[in-house]
Design a protein around this ligand. Structure first.
Ligand SMILES: NC(=O)c1ccc[n+]([C@@H]2O[C@H](COP(=O)([O-])OP(=O)(O)OC[C@H]3O[C@@H](n4cnc5c(N)ncnc54)[C@H](OP(=O)(O)O)[C@@H]3O)[C@@H](O)[C@H]2O)c1
Length: 280
C-alpha cells in the first residue's frame, strides 16, 4: 500500500502513531486553534503541543470541534503533549492531570518529558508520575525529548517502555550517535524542527534537489525525514504551507539524493540544545 498523510508506524508501546505530525511551537492560542483545525481538515491526524507552548487548550478545542463536525472518532487522532519542568513527583502528577483537563480529550496518546533539566532525581520523579498515569489510563504511550544517551541509560529498566525520543533532526543536525542508540533500543525518533526552522531553504544542494524533483525545499526536507524513518512534526500557521507540507508521498529521494543531504550535517542548533549542554 502506498504511503499517505495518515500512514502510521508502531511504537514500542504497541500503539500506532501517524508518521507525519503537526507542530504548534510558538503558535498563539488563536493561531494554534486555527492551524490545528486546518491541519485536521487537510488530513493530518497527529498533533504535537506542550505545556510550554501555552496552547494546549486551543489545540484540544480544535480537535474536539473537528471531531464534532467531521464525525472522525477520537481513536483516529493522535495527541501529544509534554511536561515542562522536572520539579518533583507531586508537581509532575499535577501537571499531567492539568494537561489532560486542558486538552478536553479524556486521555493523552503520547506524553513526553520535554527536556532533561535540571537533574537525574527530577527526571526519574517525572518518569514515575508518568508510569502512574499510564496505569490510571490517562496516558497511552510515553517518552522523552532532547534526551541524550546519558539520560536514556537512566531509563533502561522501566515498567512501561520509553516509546519516543523527540529530537531536533534534519540534514543540518543529524545527531548520528543518538540516532543509532535510539534505534538500537527501538525508541521511535520524532523530528522536531524538521524544516530546520526555515533557516536553510537557500542551501544550494537543497535548492538543486528541490528543482530536480519539482518540490519545495520544505517538501524535500520532510521526504528526507520520512525516508530516514523519523516522525517529522512540521509546523505552519499558514494554510497553503500546511497543505503543501503534506504532499510528500508522490516522489522519492534516490540513494544519491539522500547521500547529498546527509553531507549537510553542520550541528546547526536552531533552538535549544540540552544534549550539547554538558552541565545536565
Ligand atoms: N521537543 C522540543 O524541544 C521541541 C522544540 C521545537 C519544536 N518542537 C515541536 O516540533 C514542531 C516543529 O518544529 P518548529 O516549529 O520549531 O520548526 P519547523 O517545523 O522546522 O519550522 C517551522 C517554521 O517554518 C515555517 N514554514 C513551515 N512550512 C513552510 C513552508 N512550506 N515554506 C516556508 N516556510 C515554512 C514556519 O512558518 P509559518 O508558521 O509562518 O508558516 C515556521 O517559521 C514544533 O512546532 C513543536 O511542535 C519541539
Amino acid at each position: 500500500m502506498s504511503l499517505s498523510i495518515t500512514s502510521s508506524v508502531f511504537l514500542k508501546s504497541g500503539q500506532r502513531i501517524p508518521q507525519i505530525g503537526f507542530g504548534t511551537y510558538e503558535s498563539t492560542s488563536e493561531e494554534a486553534y486555527t492551524s490545528v483545525k486546518q491541519a485536521l481538515e487537510a488530513g493530518y491526524r497527529h498533533i504535537d503541543t506542550a505545556e510550554w507552548y501555552e496552547n494546549e487548550e486551543a489545540c484540544g478545542s480544535a480537535i474536539n470541534d473537528f471531531m464534532a463536525q467531521s464525525g472522525v472518532p477520537r481513536g483516529e487522532i493522535f495527541y501529544t503533549t509534554k511536561l515542562m519542568a522536572n520539579d518533583g513527583l507531586e508537581h509532575s502528577r499535577k501537571a499531567i492531570r492539568e494537561s489532560v483537563r486542558l486538552s478536553g480529550l479524556g486521555y493523552l496518546d503520547l506524553y513526553l518529558i520535554h527536556g532533561p533539566y535540571p537533574h537525574k532525581e527530577g527526571r526519574l520523579a517525572s518518569w514515575q508520575a508518568i508510569e502512574e498515569a499510564i496505569d490510571e489510563g490517562l496516558i497511552r504511550s510515553a517518552g522523552v525529548s532532547n534526551y541524550g544517551i546519558r539520560h536514556l541509560v537512566e531509563l533502561s529498566s522501566t515498567k512501561h517502555p520509553v516509546s519516543v525520543n523527540q529530537l531536533d533532526l534534519h540534514p543540518f543536525m543529524q545527531r548520528r550517535e543518538d540516532v543509532a542508540y535510539n534505534k538500537q533500543k527501538n525508541i521511535s525518533l520524532e523530528a522536531w524542527g524538521p524544516l530546520a526552522r526555515a533557516m536553510r531553504f537557500n542551501n544550494p544542494i537543497l535548492k538543486r534537489l528541490s528543482e530536480k524533483h519539482a518540490k519545495s525545499p520544505a517538501q524535500v526536507l520532510l521526504r528526507w525525514s520520512v525516508q530516514k524513518g523519523y516522525i517529522p512534526l512540521p509546523k505552519s500557521v499558514k494554510r497553503e504551507r500546511l497543505e503543501a507540507n503534506k504532499n510528500i508521498f508522490d516522489f522519492e529521494l534516490s540513494q544519491d539524493d539522500m547521500a547529498e543531504l546527509d553531507s549537510l550535517d553542520e550541528y546547526l542548533v536552531t533552538d535549544w540544545d540540552p544534549i550539547g549542554d554538558a552541565s545536565v
